[in-house]
Design a protein around this ligand. Structure first.
Ligand SMILES: [Ca+2]
Ligand SMILES: [Ca+2]
Ligand SMILES: [Ca+2]
Length: 235
């Protein structure tokens, strides 16, 4: 019997990823990395007013810059996390709404490229009765600064700069989501900051590490305990 139980235990050990699936939820799917060439396909691969190789795709994959609106605290070479392993979230290459699954999200400020000294980026509860904006970072924060959010509800992301406002779910869409297939619980978010802007999505870039909410582990723990009882009962 032990021979048959061990594979089940191994499957349960891998269960957090299986139970959760993608914690980026909305009307899209993960699409493989395109040619990054400023041709408007997909939606974030636009000519940036910051320079010839300055949209969020260049920032993530490499060959980023030189970009005229590079702010202090933004890496001049981008993140260089490898285009071949990247995917982006969309519906048929179009900008697509999404929110983030409940759990623990640790956000890191990776790029401050907004042509502004007054931006604020943060999160809100997209299904709450009252939209409350909770800031994560602003112009006084630096690349590498982190904030951890533990939420039992889904959250969505926003960027606000004076009268300009974009969010990841609902109307005013202006946020793109990415991940590296080699790092299944790490995500990247690129923001646009102007309705009449260039849609290069490089104006603020966050990375985020996700830990599923504790109830997921409670369920898995209960499953493991039940298996342990089964093994004892059968022995
Ligand atoms: Ca393209
Ligand atoms: Ca822009
Ligand atoms: Ca920009």
């Amino acid at each position: 019997m032990r021979v048959r139980v061990i594979p089940i235990l191994m499957a349960l050990a891998a269960a957090p990823a299986l139970v959760v699936g993608s914690p980026i939820i909305g009307g899209g799917t993960w699409a493989s990395w395109p040619v990054v060439n400023n041709d408007n396909v997909p939606f974030w691969d636009r000519v940036s007013s910051d320079g010839a190789a300055c949209n969020v795709g260049y920032f993530l994959a490499g060959s980023f810059g030189p970009c005229s609106n590079l702010k202090n605290g933004t890496p001049a070479s981008g993140l260089e996390i490898g285009g071949e392993n990247l995917e982006f979230y969309s519906n048929n290459n179009a900008i697509t709404g999404f929110y983030l699954a409940p759990g623990e999200w640790t956000f890191t400020l990776e790029g401050r490229i907004a042509g502004s000294s007054t931006f604020q980026v943060g999160y809100y509860y997209p299904f709450g009765p009252t939209p409350v904006l909770i800031p994560l970072f602003n112009e006084s924060d630096w690349k590498g600064d982190t904030v951890t959010v533990a939420s039992s509800q889904p959250i969505a992301l926003y960027l606000m700069d004076g009268p300009y406002f974009f969010r990841s779910y609902g109307s005013d869409l202006g946020v793109a989501a990415f991940h590296n297939t080699q790092m299944p619980l790490t995500f990247y978010f690129g923001f646009e900051d102007r309705p009449q802007g260039d849609w290069d999505m490089n104006d603020v870039v966050l990375s985020a590490h996700y830990v599923p909410e504790p109830s997921t582990y409670v369920m898995i723990g209960a499953g493991l305990a039940a298996l342990g009882l089964m093994r004892r009962w059968r022995a």
